[in-house]
Every structure is written in C-alpha cells, then in structure tokens.
Ligand binder design. Structure first.
Ligand SMILES: [Mg+2]
Length: 367
C-alpha cells in the first residue's frame, strides 16, 4: 500500500492532513497548531514530495528520509509539518486494520486520568481557584496545573505579586487530596526559580514545569538539583539532540514531548524510549483540544513509562476560539477526571466537514 495523495486543509491556527493510499484507503492527521498556514506550505514543499509513492508500512524510514533530504532545515517547521504526515498515516493504518492506534502500539483502549490545565495568566488567583473548583465538581478532576511568573518573563511576574498570591490561594482552595502542578513557561533565572520552587514545596505542589528558559539546559538542571519536587520540561524540543542533552545533564525528572511539535508519533516513541532507558516518565505536552490531545491519549495507554496523567486544556472559546467545531463527534468528554480512548479505528475522531469546507485546500499527488 503506497501513499498516492496528500491534502491539507488549513487556517492560520490548524492544518489537517488527509492521506490517500493507492488502494483508496484514507487517513486523517494534523500538523502542529499556530502558523499552520505556513506549516502547510512547508508540508507541500518539503514533506509531501518525499512521501508520495512510499510504502505506508515504511513510515519510519520515510520520516527519516524527509529529515535527510531536508537536512539544511533542522528545527520546528519541518517537524510540525512531518507530524501531519505521521499522524495521518497512523490513522490510515488503524482504519485499514479496523483498530485504534493504541492497539497498533500494543496498548488497549480505555480511560486516561487527566489533569485540568490552565493556559491563563491574565486571571486573578481567586478566579483561577473558583473555576478549578467548578471543574472538579463538574468533571471529577483530581489534578490541576496553573501558571506562575510571566511567559519567558526574565524573572518578571504577570503583575507584581501575582505568583506569591496564586500559589497559596489556589493550593489552599484545592485542598490536600488533589495533585497540584505549576508551569513557569521559561520565566526564571535559576536563583529566582529555586526561590519560587521552595514556595511550591511549602504549599504541596509536586510538579514545576519549565522553570527556566527551556534552551538553558544547565539552568534547569541547577534548579532540579536544588529542589525536592519534580522539575518537568521538553515541550518545545523537536530535535533528538535536545532530548539527549536534557537527559545527560539530568535537567528534568519528567519528560514532556509534544507529539505534534516533535514531528509525530514515531519520533515521540523514540523520545519515550530514551526516557525509559534513563528511568524517566513521559507526561506529554498537549495544550489544546485539537488532535494533539487524542494522539497523546493513545500514546499514554501504550508506552511502558507513562506519567501520572494526560494534560487536558480547560480553555474554551474565549481563549481558543479556533478550536471550536473541529470535530463532529465529541472525543473529549471527561468523566470522573478521565478521558476515554474508544475502540474506534485510527484516532477515533471525525473531522467536521463544515470546518474543512471553510479551510484552504491544497493537494500534492504523484505526477
Ligand atoms: Mg508547559
């Protein structure tokens, strides 16, 4: 079975990829979000030409050949575009086999514990605590993540005093029976990160994500060595060299690959193996309810070293207007704090035809 046709449907936020085999079988995937219209261009210029005509069974090798042929272009855009090919082919494989992707990976469908993940900083500590309690009561979440500092903030806060307030206020509101995580989004110098980290330790928060600029591996390692709580990171890293460095330098306790930033499931499985060899768990980054969260659900039920939970964005139309109406079915229901991987073939999602009809459509096929 060979790849005969590759189509993209894009907006500046989302780009779905449709792969059609020479048998007529079809699969759907997604490139990573944001600047997705640019990623679609990269897809047709630098990914599709190397993939058309290749065997569906040879996906790993095809992705490596894309890397080799485009070796002058390391970094994010090519990986984001490759993720569209990878995830579409995995969906195709699942549909042909009549199995969910998780089963192709050796796992089983079923429930995945989720943590409620806030993306907001322009929210007061009181409002953040109140919406967490509403979500706990409505959906049974027993783990929550909120944000401290300012994004890539050079030690600044979102506004003066917010971090010192949001840590105790949200932590106290949630009480003792809930797991608590915070994200620094590359805000801090090591000294400030350690100071904030001590505050987290004092308030029962067990996960400190991306405390320092993510590219400063030794700074993150310094923070990890100084603190008792888990330091997590890796969401931006899309090259294996960055993962090797983070692991060798013992920068983090928890690896957080983003399946779509990293270039798809095949490359993420490689990072999971690197983590397994180093004795590290995988708690992937999945910051919106596009396809990335579904891919992450399948992954977590298949790998030997999953972290404790799935990242599950709690943001709605006010924050992520572009994620409305992507899917015709409702794949992201949370019950008792868990999402569910069904036994539907492939990824188990149905992309909304109305959304596709409004997107820009482009085609690459064998000439
Ligand atoms: Mg993060």
């Amino acid at each position: 079975m060979k790849i005969a046709r590759l189509e993209t449907f894009d907006t500046p936020f989302v780009c779905f990829v449709k792969v059609t085999a020479d048998t007529g079988d079809v699969g759907w995937g997604q490139t990573s979000t944001y600047q997705a219209d640019i990623t679609a261009e990269v897809f047709h210029r630098q990914v599709a030409p190397h993939a058309l005509g290749t065997e569906v069974a040879d996906l790993d090798d095809t992705l490596r050949r894309v890397y080799e042929r485009e070796h002058k272009f390391p970094g994010s855009y090519l990986r984001r575009a490759q993720a569209g090919l990878d995830t579409a082919v995995w969906d195709l494989r699942g549909k042909v086999a009549g199995k969910p992707v998780v089963s192709l990976l050796g796992g089983t469908p079923g429930r995945v514990r989720a943590y409620a993940s806030s993306m907001k900083r322009d929210i007061t500590p009181e409002d953040e605590a109140a919406r967490f309690l509403r979500l706990r009561d409505a959906h049974g979440f027993d783990a929550f993540k909120w944000r401290v500092g300012a994004e890539v903030g050079r030690d600044r806060d979102e506004w003066p005093g917010r971090t010192e307030a949001v840590i105790p206020i949200v932590s106290k509101a949630l009480g003792d029976k809930v797991e608590k995580l915070v994200d620094g989004n590359s805000c801090y110098s090591p000294a400030k990160a350690i100071e904030v980290g001590r505050m987290l330790e004092d308030h029962g928060i067990g996960h400190f994500e991306e405390p320092c600029p993510y590219w400063e591996v030794d700074q993150t390692a310094e923070v990890r060595a100084a603190l008792n709580i888990d330091v997590a990171g890796g969401e931006q890293d899309c090259e294996f060299t960055a993962w090797q460095l983070a692991i060798e330098h013992k920068a983090v306790d928890i690896l957080q690959p983003d399946i779509l930033y990293l270039g798809g499931l095949c490359r993420t499985l490689e990072v999971c193996r690197m983590g397994q060899a180093a004795g590290l768990p995988i708690t992937p980054h999945a910051a919106n309810l596009g396809l990335v969260t579904m891919c992450t659900m399948h992954l977590l039920r298949a790998i030997p070293n999953p972290g404790k939970y799935l990242e599950f964005s709690i943001e709605g139309p006010d924050y992520y207007p572009w994620q409305e109406g992507l899917f015709r079915n409702d794949p992201y229901r949370i019950e008792d704090g868990h999402a569910t991987v069904t036994d539907a073939p492939g990824w188990g999602v149905e992309i909304n035809p109305d959304w596709l009809a409004r997107a820009r459509h482009r085609v690459s096929e064998r000439s």
